[in-house]
Design a protein around this ligand. Structure first.
Ligand SMILES: NC(=O)c1ccc[n+]([C@@H]2O[C@H](COP(=O)([O-])OP(=O)(O)OC[C@H]3O[C@@H](n4cnc5c(N)ncnc54)[C@H](OP(=O)(O)O)[C@@H]3O)[C@@H](O)[C@H]2O)c1
Length: 313
């Protein structure tokens, strides 16, 4: 079935929904309505008329649910309850949700009413002004049980300028975890780096100081090949003295970050190990696996600048 045959209805014009709406309109796909809360009176300008979720069942044949994850099954049940018995021209309706984590089974009430169901998850973050170009070149995970639904999702994602790829429903939790570790936790880590840099420089411009380092690291990481190639620093050099000095400072000043430092440095050591000799790997592993008391003892090399002559390079 041609994707132009459907009457589109986006339910939940929030951060992703309003971007999807802009994308559908730019792609000249027939959007007939926007589904909102019963009491919502947001002015969406030239955008198709607002309808309550139950009325969206009558207005459209393709519903794209961009409500929060926790609301998807409620909205799906409300839509399913309002579906008309006879469909326009025998068209099989379609429902889509866009949760990265949520299973396709969140749409079960609609599936049970004969609606084709699929998930389209753009692997991007949307927070600002909704613009169709924000979807361009964004990888989009397509999840469905049937081949024809996968193809429908691929066609629709491609029409909005995204780069579709297939994702099995049972892999969605793993997939979402990858995105959260790679994106959200990176932000948390950089926030800690900023705090330390602000303290070291006595200013609030820590991120500006870190920016060239951060950009080059990301460029190297994304240049392709293995992440190990982008790894520099004391673990990559096998420099146990510097790591010991960092741990002494962290164990004293910031025990929580010390735990993060140990855990991530052990991950870095796995990447660096093929380039180090066995003795360097063993020394770093012992140091990073020791608790705070163990790390404080032994060794003098690399003591912190200001606490011993000749600080870390
Ligand atoms: N934002 C992103 O970066 C992003 C990226 C990829 C995927 N997603 C996925 O996209 C979906 C929406 O996320 P979002 O960040 O766009 O959320 P959002 O900005 O909070 O938007 C949610 C929209 O749904 C409406 N809504 C909530 N409950 C509703 C209900 N029961 N009936 C009708 N409308 C309802 C909200 O209206 P009110 O505000 O008036 O309650 C709002 O317009 C989620 O599944 C999320 O996982 C988001």
């Amino acid at each position: 079935m041609d994707i132009e045959a459907y009457r589109y209805c986006v339910i939940g014009p929030g951060r992703l929904g309003s971007t999807v709406l802009a994308g559908l309109l730019e792609a000249a796909l027939p959007v007939v309505a926007v589904g909102v809360h019963a009491d919502d009176d947001t002015d969406l300008g030239a955008i198709p008329r607002h309808v309550r979720v139950s009325d969206a069942a009558l207005e459209g044949d393709l519903w794209w649910l961009t409500v929060p994850d926790d609301e998807i099954s409620t909205v799906a049940a409300r839509l399913a309850a309002a579906l008309p018995a006879a469909r326009r021209g025998g068209l099989e309706p379609v429902a889509i949700h866009s949760s990265g984590l949520g299973s396709i089974h969140l749409l079960k009430p609609l599936f049970e009413q004969g609606v084709r169901v699929l998930c389209l998850h753009p692997l991007q973050t949307f927070a600002g002004e909704p613009r169709a170009e924000l979807l361009r070149d964004v990888p989009c995970a397509v999840t469905a049980h049937e081949e024809r639904d996968l193809r429908l999702g691929e066609e629709l994602a491609g029409r909005l300028g995204m780069r579709p790829f297939r994702l099995a429903d049972e892999r969605k939790a793993l997939y979402h975890l990858s995105a959260v570790v790679g994106c959200n936790l990176l932000v948390a880590l950089e926030s800690e780096a900023k705090r330390l840099m602000d303290e070291a420089t006595g200013s609030a411009g820590g991120l500006e100081h870190l920016a060239p380092l951060l950009r080059t690291t990301l460029d190297n990481l994304l240049a392709g090949g293995e992440p190990a190639h982008a790894l520099t620093g004391p673990v990559a050099r096998g420099d146990a003295g510097t790591v010991r000095a960092h741990l002494r400072l962290l164990d004293r000043e910031s025990p929580r970050l010390a735990r993060t430092y140990r855990a991530l440095s052990l991950e870095a050591l796995t990447l660096a190990a093929p380039r180090l000799d066995d003795e360097q790997v063993r020394a770093l592993k012992d140091l990073l696996e020791a608790d705070a008391a163990g790390a404080a003892g032994g060794g003098t090399a690399g003591d912190l600048a200001g606490t011993a002559p000749g600080g870390p390079a």
